[in-house]
Design a protein around this ligand. Structure first.
Ligand SMILES: Nc1ncnc2c1ncn2[C@@H]1O[C@H](COP(=O)(O)OP(=O)(O)OP(=O)(O)O)[C@@H](O)[C@H]1O
Length: 245
C-alpha cells in the first residue's frame, strides 16, 4: 500500500426502510489500520452497514452520516467483497481480476493477478469461467479480486463463508497478511473467525452495538489455540442470547 495512512470509518444515526426503523442512534467507529469483525443475527443490518459505508445504494434513508474519519470521500479507497461473488460470468478468472483496472482505463497488472490466483489456489483454473468452478472456488476468486484492488479500506461481507475449514484458515491467513495495516470491516457469522482475526469484535443487535472482550494475544491467532476456542465459546453464548458482553 502506498500513500496516505488508511482512514477510520464511522457510521452515526438512524436508518429507516420506509416506516421501519432498522437501527436507531447507532454510533459505530472502525479504527484505522485495524481488522474489525462485525457479528450479529441475520437481518439485523450488517450488510446494510457495509453498503452505507461503501456508498452503495441500500434503499434505506440514513439520518446521520457514514464515511471516513478523515473527512475525505471513501470513493476510490475501498475494496469491496459482497456476499455473492459478483464475478463476470463471461470472463475467465484472470480477466475477472483485470476488470477493475480495465474499468478505470488502467493497464491490468497481469503478474499480480497470476500471483494472487496462485495464492488462493486457483492458478490451474485461471482460464476457466466462473460457472466451471465450485462455490468455494468462486469465493476465493472474489477474494483475489478484492485483494488486487490494493485499497486502504476493505469491506468484506462473509468472505470465507463458502470455504471448508482448512481452506478457510488458509484464506484468513492470506487475507490478514495482504490487508495488514489497512482498515478492514469484516462481516461474519462465525464466532471462531472473529476470535481469530479481530483486533476488535463488534456485535450488532436490535438495541445497538455490543463490544465483547477480545481473546488474549494479537491477531491473527492460532485457529486451534485455547484463547480462540474460549472466545469462540463466549461469543457463541452471547449470540445465543445466553450471556451479556
Ligand atoms: N431495500 C430494502 N427495503 C426494505 N428492507 C430492506 C431492504 N434491504 C434490506 N432490508 C431489510 O433490512 C434488514 C437488514 O438487512 P441486511 O442484509 O443488512 O442484514 P444482515 O444483517 O446483513 O443479514 P444476513 O446476515 O442475513 O446477511 C433486513 O430485515 C432486510 O429485510
Amino acid at each position: 500500500m502506498t500513500g496516505a495512512p488508511p482512514p477510520g470509518l464511522r457510521l452515526n444515526g438512524t436508518l429507516r426502510f420506509g416506516a421501519q426503523v432498522l437501527f436507531r442512534d447507532l454510533s459505530m467507529t472502525v479504527r484505522p489500520g485495524e481488522w474489525t469483525c462485525l457479528l450479529g443475527d441475520s437481518g439485523v443490518g450488517k450488510s446494510t452497514v457495509l453498503r452505507l459505508l461503501a456508498g452503495l445504494e441500500t434503499g434505506a434513508a440514513l439520518e446521520g452520516e457514514a464515511g471516513a474519519t478523515d473527512g475525505a470521500p471513501l470513493e476510490g479507497r475501498i475494496a469491496w467483497m459482497a456476499q455473492s461473488d459478483l464475478l463476470a460470468p463471461w470472463l475467465d478468472l484472470h480477466e475477472n481480476l483485470a476488470m477493475g483496472a480495465r474499468l478505470r482505463g488502467e493497464p491490468p497488472d497481469r503478474d499480480r493477478a497470476a500471483e494472487l490466483l496462485e495464492r488462493v489456489g486457483l492458478g490451474p483454473h485461471a482460464h476457466k469461467t466462473p460457472h466451471m468452478l465450485s462455490g468455494g472456488m468462486r469465493q476465493r476468486a472474489a477474494l483475489a479480486r478484492a485483494l488486487i484492488e490494493d485499497r486502504p479500506v476493505a469491506l468484506l461481507d462473509e468472505p470465507f463463508a463458502a470455504l471448508d475449514l482448512r481452506t478457510r484458515a488458509a484464506m484468513q491467513e492470506l487475507a490478514f497478511a495482504e490487508l495488514a495495516g489497512r482498515t478492514v470491516l469484516h462481516v461474519t457469522h462465525d464466532p471462531h473467525e472473529a476470535a481469530r482475526l479481530g483486533h476488535r469484535i463488534l456485535v450488532l443487535t436490535r438495541d445497538g452495538l455490543v463490544e465483547p472482550a477480545l481473546p488474549a494475544g494479537l491477531p491473527i491467532r492460532d485457529a486451534a489455540g485455547p484463547e480462540v476456542l474460549e472466545a469462540q465459546a463466549r461469543l457463541t453464548r452471547l449470540l445465543l442470547g445466553e450471556t451479556r458482553a
